[in-house]
Write a protein that binds this ligand. Structure first.
Ligand SMILES: [Zn+2]
Length: 326
């Protein structure tokens, strides 16, 4: 686990200042778009709050508290997520009960509430009440996309920490800090929209298989040799392929065709699949710009169709036929 803050800039700076000054608020509201790194930052902040070394800009990474947070089972850290459509008052009560029972004797306890806009008013009030009369100091980190969907009483009690959509260069830096090679980190930073999902995909056993399949499929489609329909059937329609794997494959394929477009337009510094430069140049030579624009669209619309529960095999076969210009 990296000791660096997952997201550089305003959020990290604000939270570091609060840690070093020792003046922690009772509640923080992380506001920003999906993929801005709010969950990862909340976890890192929680770790720093629980860490034995107080007053530092970041967690030490090695004390018992840091290690328990990393392994996902620190008894004084609770994640609160919607149960169905909402976060209910009973979920708050359950956590209060478990905080009372188990403790690692951390100085504080931390709640991370994801999708805070989905708290029922009763749940929100119970949480606020708990924060105001704590038997043990508690810090709540609420994560939400928009201020407007939250109760004014919640907003007024929180220190707001604003997040922006994270740029690919920051994702790439974070992955490289974890030891991911530069070329792979660059591809991941474009294919996935958050550090968390990029990191997860980089550790996924299927990453290499997916990346190879993109190259092989695009070769067969461009050269009109081989049998791309068979390739899809042979590689993807297997029990080991989860729905998310197919989604990741389509994300990677869309970037492949964007790269061909970049190559076609002489924007080679924008190419994401850097290690495949010569193959990209040679494939790009056989398409027109408008073909490639269309091909990116075909792949993205296939992903959308799968998300709305289209038949996977038919959707992928249809995609291949359209990519072949049939
Ligand atoms: Zn520590």
């Amino acid at each position: 686990m990296s000791l660096n803050w997952p997201v550089a800039g305003v959020p990290a700076k604000m939270l570091q200042n609060m840690l070093t000054s020792g003046r922690l608020a009772h509640a923080y509201l992380f506001l920003g778009p999906e993929g801005a790194g709010m969950r990862e930052t909340a976890l890192h902040f929680a770790k720093a709050i629980l860490c034995e070394q107080t007053g530092e800009r970041r967690p030490c990474g090695s004390c018992v508290h840091c290690r328990r947070v990393d392994s996902g089972n620190h008894p004084d850290l609770a994640w609160l997520e919607p149960n169905g459509q909402t976060i209910k008052i009973q979920q708050i009560r359950d956590i209060q009960k478990s905080f009372a029972l188990k403790s690692l004797e951390a100085v504080r306890k931390v709640y991370i509430v994801t999708h805070a806009e989905q708290m029922t008013p009763e749940a929100a009030n119970a949480l606020l009440k708990f924060l105001e009369e704590p038997s043990t100091p508690v810090v709540a980190i609420l994560i939400a996309r928009q201020k407007s969907s939250l109760l004014p009483t919640v907003i007024s009690r929180c220190q707001i920490v604003p997040f922006d959509r994270i740029d690919p260069a920051s994702i790439q830096r974070a992955l490289q800090a974890d030891g991911v090679p530069a070329g792979k980190a660059r591809l991941l930073s474009y294919v996935k929209e958050s550090i968390g999902s990029a990191r997860k995909f980089s550790e996924h056993e299927k990453f290499a298989e997916i990346a190879n399949l993109v190259v092989q499929l695009s070769e067969e489609i461009q050269s009109k040799r081989g049998n791309p329909l068979f390739l899809i059937q042979d590689k993807i329609h297997k029990p080991g392929w989860a729905f998310d794997d197919v989604g990741s494959f389509l994300d990677c394929l869309a970037w492949w065709y964007r790269d061909l477009l970049n190559a076609k337009l002489d924007l080679t510094d924008r190419i994401v699949y850097e290690s495949q430069m010569s193959r990209i140049q040679s494939q790009a030579a056989s398409y027109r710009v408008e073909d490639l624009v269309q091909m990116v669209e075909i792949v993205l619309s296939t992903k959308k169709r799968l998300q709305s529960h289209a038949n996977q095999q038919l959707a992928l076969e249809h995609m291949v036929l359209r990519l072949q210009g049939e």
